[in-house]
Design a protein around this ligand. Structure first.
Ligand code: URA
Length: 434
């Protein structure tokens, strides 16, 4: 089976067979497919799409390109969670200890910031001493002791996705529903959980700009999960404006701790409680919607969730005292304020521009391997719908020696709009796909 024939068939709009897809994915590893051929096929997929069957076969082939984690020696039901990525999205870090405190094991393999979006690993690494590079044995040990552990993606899980993702990143082939769905699901299925909740972000700061696209992506991933025997649900959540008020690594850890103490911004609390409750229901331990919400609230109100977080931080080498003394986290000394230039309602706080501003200050990367500054970022002093007077602070920028400040301010001015009419309230949870 020649690579060029598979490329031509997809170029001409045909469906690929399972054998063709298998040969493509294994060819990436054994060298029978060159990078330029893989790139050509990826572009043909972007332009002509894939059927649900082809997408399932591609996911399966990428899953089989590596190991599948065996968590059978970790007692308890394991439920995974994944977010398609956004700005200020710190939900995983707050949610995993909550769910663990309710008796469900949450093994979490996360990524670094990508483009304007933040990454769970970068946020966790702002905690002094925190190690995300545990061995699989150490990972399981922490799961047994604490019920949750958060590490980087293991190189042995879905290695074909790693290779393909790197090619997609530089060939303009990231934006494709079947490629995104198979990329995410091959990694999540390899993690070996029996259920999975997907937070599909939707809006200005997300891959999926509108609800129709987000719904289609969620449905594709739910179908792949079901086919693989993993109970999977998608929750579509708003990413037009950043989630919460903190954007930037250590600033977001402070917000997570606030949520675990029962406070924090209402939108972060709401999304965290909802996703945690769905994870409990999907765990199949007898929770229905109502009892799951009660269990989640109890885990937070009793301090048990915070205790799990502190134990996880300590078990991964981090300093758990950050929960009582946030001055132990890195912080940038410079403060610049962006003020409202008129009175009115905040009608827009565009997530993408705010995410880019945070990167400009040094919280994210321009290229793989760039160092990040864990102490910089932004605080939203007003959110969409808030009424502000002329001169009120709407954004607070935390910078180090004014690095990137000029660019960040330009982006922040682009991000914010103030008008006479209050915007229609936009719910944070838009839809659920089961
Ligand atoms: N996240 C992934 O892991 N893969 C994609 O293709 C997009 C987002």
């Amino acid at each position: 089976m020649r690579a060029v024939d598979t490329i031509i068939r997809k170029r001409d709009g045909h469906s690929l067979t399972q054998a063709e897809i298998d040969a493509f994915v294994s060819g990436l590893a054994n060298g029978t497919w060159q990078d330029y051929q893989a790139s050509a096929l990826l572009m043909a997929i972007v332009l002509n799409g894939m059927s649900p069957e082809e997408t399932a076969h591609l996911t399966d082939a990428m899953l089989r390109s590596g190991e599948r984690m065996d968590l059978s020696d970790v007692p308890g039901v394991k439920v995974g969670k994944h977010s398609t990525g956004g700005v200020g999205d710190k939900v995983s870090i707050a949610l995993a200890p909550v769910v663990a405190a309710c008796g469900v094991v949450v093994p979490k393999m996360s990524g670094r910031g990508l483009g304007h979006t933040g990454g769970t690993l970068d946020k966790l690494e702002s905690i002094p001493g925190f190690r995300i590079g545990l061995s699989i044995e150490e990972f399981k040990e922490v799961l047994r002791d604490v019920g949750t552990c958060m590490i980087g993606q293991s190189a042995t899980l879905a290695p074909a996705d790693k290779k393909l993702y790197a090619l997609r990143d530089v060939t303009g082939t990231v934006d494709s529903l079947p490629l995104i769905a198979s990329s995410i699901m091959s990694k999540k299925l390899a993690e070996g959980t029996s259920a999975l909740v997907l937070d599909v972000k939707c809006g200005d700061g997300a891959f999926m700009r509108d609800v129709t696209q987000a719904r289609a992506l969620a449905a594709a991933m739910v179908a792949i999960g079901a086919r693989a025997g993993v109970r999977t649900e998608g929750v579509i959540t708003d990413m037009d404006a950043p989630l919460g008020v903190a954007v930037g690594n250590a600033l977001e850890i402070v917000e997570c701790v606030d949520v675990l103490k029962g406070g924090g911004p209402a939108d972060v609390r709401h999304v965290t409680r909802r996703l945690a409750a769905r994870m409990l229901v999907l765990a199949g331990l007898g929770h229905d919607e109502a009892t799951a919400v009660t269990a989640v609230d109890r885990a937070i109100d009793s301090g048990e969730a915070l205790d799990r977080f502190q134990r996880m931080v300590a078990a991964q080498g981090g300093d758990p005292r950050i929960c009582d003394d946030v001055s132990r986290l890195p912080s940038a000394p410079g403060v610049e304020l962006l003020r409202a230039d008129r009175q009115g309602y905040v009608t827009r706080m565009a997530a993408k521009a705010i995410g880019r501003a945070s990167c400009a200050l040094g919280a994210g990367r321009n290229a793989v391997g760039d160092p990040v500054d864990h102490g910089v970022g932004l605080l939203l002093r007003a959110k969409p719908g808030d009424l502000v007077a002329k001169g009120d602070v709407v954004l607070e920028l935390r910078h180090r020696d004014a690095r990137g400040l000029e660019d960040a301010l330009i982006l922040c001015r682009e991000a914010v709009a103030i008008g006479d009419e209050a915007p229609a309230p936009r719910p944070k949870i838009l839809e659920e796909v089961r």
